[in-house]
Design a protein around this ligand. Structure first.
Ligand code: IMP
Ligand code: MG
Length: 185
């Protein structure tokens, strides 16, 4: 895996610091430790981000799971989002925080937000670690954003290419030959 890395875009220490800051903002906005929330990470990409984030949140919480696929296999451009499975519990009247790894076209977040709003939560906030500079992404209102990144394909810290590299601690770009010839975009 290491030899496929081109450069480290965001090192793990910087991610950890930002995750802590995001958790403080979420805690403050939800009324502190006495609040109760439902956290919904969008799987699989947001798994590691969510796991780190929730350990900085002092309030009671339920965790709902939602699996969405938008980059099947070896594609590096969104192919349209699809909800694969859903286990979010009863969201009516709950304070929901939706967590995702990255917003590119914004399609995933729009789809999921619509779906959750139908369940009539009291509030719905979105927390996203990375945002690319696309028109769609800018139009997607994000309540808590970790980092703006250039329009490059990144992996690590939960993000994958063809289901690999999720376990890299840093957010990195891959060498062109790793993506070349495999990508269908
Ligand atoms: P969107 O629907 O186009 O906003 O894409 C969002 C989803 O695509 C994210 O939740 C990721 O799973 C995936 N994605 C977008 N950009 C990247 C990337 O650079 N690397 C890995 N996955 C990505
Ligand atoms: Mg995802």
């Amino acid at each position: 895996m290491q030899r496929d890395i081109e450069k480290i875009l965001i090192p793990h220490a910087k991610i950890a610091q930002r995750v802590h800051e995001l958790a403080e903002m979420i805690t403050r906005d939800h009324g502190g430790a006495a609040a109760e929330v439902t956290i919904i990470p969008i799987l699989t990409g947001a798994m590691i981000f969510a796991a780190d984030l929730i350990r900085h949140l002092p309030m009671r919480m339920q965790i709902g799971l939602l699996a969405v696929s938008s980059y099947p296999g070896r594609s590096v451009r969104s192919q349209g989002s699809m909800v694969l499975s859903e286990q979010v519990g009863n969201l009516r009247g709950r304070h929901v925080v939706l967590i995702d790894d990255i917003v590119d076209s914004g399609g995933t977040l729009r789809l999921v937000r619509e779906m959750i709003n139908e369940a009539q939560p009291a509030t719905l906030k979105t927390c996203v670690l990375l945002r690319k500079p696309t028109e769609g992404a800018k139009e997607t209102g994000i309540d808590y954003l970790g980092f703006e990144i250039p329009d490059e394909f990144v992996v690590g810290y939960g993000l994958d290419y063809n289901d690999h590299y999720r376990n890299l601690p840093d957010i990195v770009t891959l060498k062109p030959h790793v993506l070349q010839g495999l990508a269908n975009a």
